[in-house]
Design a protein around this ligand. Structure first.
Ligand SMILES: [Zn+2]
Ligand SMILES: [Zn+2]
Length: 69
């Protein structure tokens, strides 16, 4: 469930990343992700989670006209 596909510099491609055994006591909230392709590249999930495109899409709907009573 923790698989995330991210770009790995070492593998020079997109690889599935997964949370490594945490040694820092983060538990299930561990922000670290390790590349399953090379096993070496470690990313911090908070960076990987950024989706710069999402925030740009804003649909502005005209408010429905509601006449009170
Ligand atoms: Zn951790
Ligand atoms: Zn890799």
């Amino acid at each position: 469930m923790s698989d995330r596909e991210l770009y790995c510099d070492t593998c020079e491609g997109v690889q599935p990343f997964e949370a490594p055994p945490c040694v820092d006591g983060h538990g299930v909230d561990c922000p670290e992700l390790v590349c399953t392709g090379c096993g070496a590249a470690v990313l911090i999930a908070t960076f990987a989670f950024r989706a710069p495109h999402l925030a740009e899409r804003r649909h502005r709907r005209p408010a429905p006209r509601r006449h009170a009573a």
